[in-house]
Design a protein around this ligand. Structure first.
Ligand code: HEC
Ligand code: HEC
Length: 261
C-alpha cells in the first residue's frame, strides 16, 4: 500500500513537473521534452551511477564530492566545459554523451562504457532537467564545422617548419598560462580560478590524453570554443586557420620530445 502510494506520488510529481517545465512553452521554444519512459530511465541511471558525485539534485554536492578538484559539475547552472558549439552555447547531445561514455582523463569523472548508448542518451537527457537553460532555444547552436587534420602533419619536415611558427605564437599567447614548454607551469598558472572559484590549473599539453580528447583535431576544437567557465579563452576570432594548425604542430613537437618514440 505504501509502495503504491509512493509510485502514484511519483507519477503525479513527474506529470506536474513536465507540465510546468515544458508544457507552457514547448510550442514557443521548439525544445522537445524527453518522453516519460526516457526520463524515468535517465533518473534511474543517474541516481545509481552519478548522484554519489553530482548529487541527487544535480548540484554537484554528492557524498563523494568533498575535496575533489576539479569538482563534480553542478548541472543547475547549465554551464559545461566541453562542447563542440561556439563559446557560450550549450553542448550538443553528442558532446554530453561523449563525456559520459569516455569520461574526463585526469579528473574523477569516470568513463561509463558499461552503459548502453540508449542508457547514455537517457541519462544525458535527465541531467538537462536540472537547468532551465535547456528550455530556451537561444542557448542552442549547431556544432562548429571543423576542418580535417592537414596532410602536412604526416610529413616530418613540414611539421617542424609549422612548429617553428607555432612556437612563436605559443610564446605570445599561451605560455603565460601553459608555460613555454607546455607543461602547465606558466607564471600565471597558480592564480587561475574557474567560475566556481576553484583552482583551475592549465593543462599539461604534453600529455596525449587531454580532457577534451586524444586527437589533434580536439585541440583545434578547443582553440575555437575555449573551455567555458575556465580561464581558457576561445581563439576563434583572434587566430587564422593556419595559425591554429601551427600552434598544434608545436604542441605535437612538445609531445614527441616528452614521449620520444
Ligand atoms: C566519481 C565521481 C563522478 C561520478 C560517479 C560521475 N561524475 Fe561526472 N564529473 C565528475 C567530475 C569531477 C567532473 C568535472 C570534470 C572537469 O571539470 O573537467 C564531472 C563532469 C561531468 C560532466 C560535465 C562535462 C562538462 O563539459 O562540463 C558531465 C556531463 C558529467 N560529469 C556527467 C556524469 C554522468 C551522467 C554520470 C553518471 C552516469 C557521472 N558524471 C558520474 C565526477 C563524477
Ligand atoms: C589565461 C590562461 C590561458 C591561456 C592564455 C591559454 N590557456 Fe589553454 N587552458 C587554460 C586552462 C586553465 C585550461 C584547463 C581548463 C580545464 O579543463 O579545467 C586550459 C586548457 C587547454 C586545452 C585543453 C586541455 C585538455 O586537457 O583538454 C588546450 C588544448 C589548451 N588549453 C591550449 C591552449 C593554447 C594552444 C593556448 C594559446 C593559443 C592557450 N591554451 C592559452 C588556460 C589558458
Amino acid at each position: 500500500m505504501k509502495r503504491k502510494r509512493h509510485s502514484l506520488f511519483a507519477i503525479l510529481w513527474l506529470g506536474a513537473w513536465l507540465l510546468v517545465t515544458y508544457g507552457s512553452n514547448a510550442a514557443e521554444t521548439g525544445v522537445v521534452p524527453p518522453d516519460r519512459e526516457l526520463f524515468l530511465q535517465g533518473r534511474f541511471i543517474f541516481e545509481r551511477n552519478c548522484a554519489t558525485c553530482h548529487g541527487k539534485w544535480g548540484d554537484g554536492k554528492g557524498d563523494m564530492s568533498a575535496g575533489m578538484l576539479p569538482r563534480p559539475r553542478s548541472f543547475v547552472s547549465g554551464l559545461f566545459k566541453y562542447h563542440s558549439t561556439p563559446a557560450g552555447f550549450l553542448p550538443t547531445n553528442e558532446d554530453l554523451m561523449r563525456t559520459i561514455r569516455e569520461g574526463i582523463p585526469s579528473t574523477a569523472m569516470p568513463s561509463f562504457t558499461i552503459l548502453s548508448e540508449k542508457e547514455i542518451h537517457a541519462v544525458a537527457e535527465y541531467i538537462k532537467t536540472f537547468s532551465s537553460k535547456w528550455r530556451k532555444k537561444e542557448n542552442y547552436a549547431p556544432p562548429l564545422q571543423l576542418p580535417p587534420l592537414p596532410a602536412w602533419f604526416e610529413r616530418r619536415q613540414a611539421l617542424q617548419t609549422h612548429a617553428t611558427t607555432g612556437h612563436d605564437l605559443f610564446q605570445q599567447l599561451c605560455a603565460a598560462c601553459h608555460g613555454l614548454k607546455g607543461d602547465g607551469q606558466g607564471p600565471s598558472a597558480a592564480q587561475l580560478k574557474d567560475q566556481w572559484e576553484q583552482r583551475c590549473p592549465p593543462s599539461d599539453l604534453r600529455q596525449s590524453a587531454l580532457r577534451s580528447g586524444r586527437q589533434f583535431t580536439d585541440i583545434y576544437r578547443v582553440l575555437m570554443t575555449g573551455i567555458s567557465a575556465t580561464p581558457m579563452p576561445s581563439f576563434a576570432d583572434s587566430l587564422s586557420d593556419k595559425q591554429r594548425w601551427d600552434l598544434i604542430a608545436y604542441i605535437a613537437e612538445l609531445r614527441r620530445e616528452f614521449h620520444p618514440d
